[in-house]
Design a protein. Sequence first.
Lengths: 422, 306
Amino acid sequence: MARTARSWPAAWFLAPAVLLVGALVLYPIGQTVWWSFHDATGRGAVGGANYADVVTTPRIRQALFNNAVWILVAPNLVTAAGLLVAVLAQRVRRAAAVRVVLFMPMAISLVSAGITFRLVYDESPDRGVVNAVVVGVHDAFVPPAPYPGARARDGQGLVAGGGAVQTGRTVAAGETVLLPLLGLEPDRLPPTARPAPAPAPGAGIGGVVWSDFTAAGGRPGVIDPGELGLPQVEVEILRDGAVVARTRTAGDGTFRLPQLTGQGYVVRLTAANFTEPFAGLTWLGPALVTPAMIGVYIWVWAGFAMVLISVGSAAIPKETVEAARVDGAGDWQILRKVTVPLMRPVIVLVLLTLTVNVLKVFDLVLVVAPESAQGPASVLALEMWRSSFGDIGRASALGVLLLVLALPGVLFNVHRLRRSER
Amino acid sequence: MSLFAPISVPRLQPAGTEPDPRPRVHPLVRAARRAGRGAARVVLVVVGLWWLVPTVGLAVTSLRSPADNADTGWWTVLTAPTQLTLRNYEGVLADGRIGHALWNSVLISVPSTVLVVVIAAAAAYPLAWLDFPGRPVVTLVLAGLIAVPVQTAIIPDARLFRLLGVSGTIPAVVAFHVAFGLPFAIFLLRGFYAGVPADLIEAARMDGGGEAAIFLRVVLPPARPALASLAVFQFVWVWNDLVVALVLARSDSAPITSVLQEQMRSFPSNIDVIAPGALVSMAVPLAVFFLFQRYFLHSVLAGSVR
């Protein structure tokens, strides 16, 4: 590069940039470092007290811990996701669409991404996509209880225990037990439910389970015309505390076990009939909020990792890959032994970029975490913003801490410059 | 060349042999490869859907009444499309707060972008082509500043703006964005300027052109794509900023990101404001992304460690 010594023109070209950066970036950094050793007003010197605060204040310690989780987990997951998609997209035609779709979130703000995912993570499976899927999968394996929230009518000789409903006295063969239940909304009864018949005597032990609906003039504990029997209720018959028979009610709510003789039986409607349905996970509660936010972060940044890795892998000489293939290496071996080692610089660049960037996730915490989970979800940048209103000293210490955490990025850029100058 | 173009898989071709039109592959191996490709396609489709669904959900939510949104999931529109309504958008328009915030975002992003491009375009020239005392130091410091988080300077700057009497105003926010955008911008352009053939510049100097003329006639014209990349990047960056706006803007100068964040405190009761607001706020950078895909990609990749 041929450069000519021309100081005055250089000064003119550089002046606006140097003045702005000097006044609004460089000098303030010095000021922040200075303030970090001073009190809340920025006047009295307090030594390292602000830094000690970082370790001793529970809230900030939590933020420090969360930041460590973010830094250790998020960049690696994003890079892994990017690598996976980059590799898969190479084997498929028309993968360009996937690349565009994955890269798209890079253009939107973390605020918008956060709002988008606040809806996705909604706790109610009726509204939040994630819980709708989780509940759907769960219910496919464990069918939900048919009558959640139903309970026995009081004063009809039934007792509740451990979520089940059973007769308070023992019954003998030949009896037909009345099992009136409450708390069932008519529109939530299964469509197969038919009106419960009047109790009829028969062999063994029988019974009727029905929705004892008194609001429309029905009498409590009596099967009034039109009251519906409850189908598919799981019934257990016990004798001396051991289950001796099991059945389910028919469409009209009746059941009968003619093989039973003698007396001393207890009829029980099992707890499995009444358990509340599985409602998914509390994604934005204190326990899962950080993993949930890391999920959003992956959604935003995976495209970046993917594109950078794709570009990097395109730069690998074809001869190298071909030579490995001639030597009999399979796809997986080529990926592990040739592609990934050759792409190490690119992967390091991706990881470093993400590590520096992860320090700024403060927007996500503000938007995704509900008020109650902001403490457990907090990160240093958020604590710094909170402190900036009242305690300049502490806020400055947190700012310095962020700078220290970003130093690998700073040094990398300086190093890259030095290398390119050589 | 678009970086989104599919990258071809290297073909099997041992060095020093003629191309074999049909490489001998065991049928079982071929079947396994086809199955592998099928699996790859399935995974990619699932991944692609997972990347689209959240945004589609937000869009549909913004088109449903608050009552519907409180009762059922947005996916119920698949069976009941009559739920869709523009009323939320009408409400947001009539209310004006979101519109005002969007306008603030424009007033902050556009000047920040123009100023960064102009100032960096000038500053990068001497760093690439002129020799002057202190050049290595200036270059090194600027390189180091690229990765410095805004948090490290924002509190003193807030005080400085207060002393200057411009606290909370849009020019103050713009000034901060420009100052923090410059180091990266200068480096992006400096790298590009360096690609101009030295002979061209030497020739222009022989002809007696001043440095300003050389800069404007020789260095700047071929750098237009780099300037475009920088402009797109800086615009999206500033448009999406929250932290600077939260600290430096007042409520009447607050951009859309900060207003949406404020609104999130009463989520989900005001979903009829938040969903359309969020959608419009992301529509702007998304439009920029799709219109200038190549430039955006280039600058994002160049700006890695930032």
